[in-house]
Ligand binder design. Structure first.
Ligand code: COA
Length: 166
């Protein structure tokens, strides 16, 4: 898509690490947006133990999308809506893997709307082959010596092997 006022989407998350499911959602977004900013949050609504630092996650995600110049990767602190406004984003992208994601996603989308009326959230559905994936499951399987090569990109796999000494 090429237009004078490009449509910019933001895909926020903790991405610790980015999985193939996240990657699928990011690439699908380019069917409905001209540019995508993958935004790694310093503050996640569900506090989690970190495997990679935010800076490491940003670097890894940049490597995964180095073939796609319409995807940028940044981290942000504070509220997502403030970051989105500052970047001139038109909407937030979130993935819906299963019905169990819906309630939490609806709450976040509505809270974001309360905080900034202009923001829209668009939900995309990942390929069914990724619908069971989550970063914490991938972390756990890798930490216990399991093979996660089907679930993450080679750059992420390499970094996980180094982290877990595999
Ligand atoms: N493929 C694989 N996994 C996926 C996925 C997909 N397509 N979509 C979601 N997930 C998983 C993630 O891996 C993550 O798994 P984990 O819990 O095992 O780590 C889980 O689903 C949800 O994580 P994520 O999508 O990263 O969301 P989050 O809950 O960590 O982060 C933010 C939510 C960052 C968007 C939210 O906290 C935020 O906006 N923070 C900024 C502060 C703010 O504005 N707060 C008010 C929000 S209303």
């Amino acid at each position: 898509m090429t237009r004078s006022n490009p449509i910019v989407a933001i895909y926020p998350g903790s991405f610790d690490p980015l999985t193939r499911g996240h990657e699928d959602i990011a690439r699908r977004t380019l069917r409905v947006a001209d540019r995508l900013i993958v935004a790694v949050a310093h503050t996640s609504t569900t506090q989690k133990r970190g495997l990679f630092s935010v800076e490491e996650r940003v670097e890894l995600i940049r490597k995964v999308f180095e073939d796609e110049d319409r995807i940028e990767v940044e981290s942000f602190e504070g509220l997502l809506v403030d970051f989105a406004r500052g970047r001139g984003a038109h909407f937030v992208i979130r993935g819906l893997r299963a019905i169990s994601d819906f309630e939490y996603e609806l709450q976040m989308a509505q809270m974001n709307q309360e905080l900034w009326r202009e923001i829209e959230t668009i939900f995309l559905v990942p390929d069914v082959e990724f619908s069971f994936l989550s970063s914490s499951l991938v972390r756990e399987v890798a930490a216990l010596g399991g093979d996660v090569s089907r679930f993450v990109s080679p750059a992420v796999l390499e970094a996980m092997k180094e982290r877990f000494g595999g």
